[in-house]
Design a protein around this ligand. Structure first.
Ligand SMILES: CC(C)(COP(=O)(O)OP(=O)(O)OC[C@H]1O[C@@H](n2cnc3c(N)ncnc32)[C@H](O)[C@@H]1OP(=O)(O)O)[C@@H](O)C(=O)NCCC(=O)NCCS
Length: 183
């Protein structure tokens, strides 16, 4: 894939550069930590229970073919990669006529929010969606998540619907906003 290595937008001098690449099995634990943080602290994922490492390894396998996943990584002082975000394309619906549509997901570790990593991940993901021959990308965004709505709008996604109170987490009803971009 293209080398998307770049310093994050607005980063201070000395902030590690972020690189974006396709996921490998070795990334499962780093992705799991971010995923489970979102599950337990936020409404952005509708899971209630934390995922196991085995389940995350299976997720990586499921996103190593036509529906890819990517990771954003930084190098620490010892040259070891640190996973600071991930993004994926998943099937939108199982029935075959939906096969040219995908659903995207983007997650950035909380201590790295607002540094341009989400923008870099979604940009790379859309390149992969075009390369994969997909025609339409849907984002399903829970709880009127302003950051995610703004991120997708910045890439030309348009609001196409709101599913009212389809979820319930932390004792609250949750809407899901659908945004779409045709490729
Ligand atoms: C949503 C998320 C992926 C954005 O990633 P990020 O790295 O923090 O965002 P970026 O720094 O790349 O910002 C990209 C754009 O998003 C928007 N944005 C980011 N944070 C925002 C915020 N808190 N409020 C409003 N808009 C915001 C801005 O339009 C920004 O563009 P700009 O920098 O030109 O103003 C990240 O906040 C996240 O992982 N949140 C938790 C999980 C989640 O909600 N994922 C989405 C599920 S649908």
């Amino acid at each position: 894939m293209s080398d998307a290595s770049k310093g994050p937008a607005g980063a201070d001098a000395g902030t590690p550069a972020v690189s974006i690449r396709r996921v490998t099995r070795r990334d499962a634990a780093g992705i799991l930590a971010i995923h489970n943080e979102v599950v337990t602290r936020s409404t952005a994922i509708f899971d209630i229970l934390a995922r196991s490492l085995d389940e995350q390894v299976q997720w990586v396998a499921d996103h190593s073919g036509g529906h890819p996943a990517i990771v954003a990584t930084e190098l620490d002082d010892s040259g070891i990669e640190d996973i600071v975000g991930f993004a994926s394309l998943s099937p939108f619906r199982a029935r075959p006529a939906y096969a040219t549509t995908v659903e995207d997901s983007v997650y950035v570790r909380e201590d790295r929010h607002g540094r341009g990593y989400g923008r870099a991940l979604l940009g790379e993901l859309l390149v992969l969606a075009v390369d994969g021959g997909f025609h339409s990308v849907i984002a399903r965004i829970a709880d009127h998540n302003e950051a995610s709505i703004a991120l997708h709008a910045a890439y030309g996604f348009e609001m196409v619907g709101v599913e009212r109170e389809v979820g319930r987490k932390f004792g609250r009803w949750l809407d899901v906003v659908q945004m779409q971009r045709l490729l």
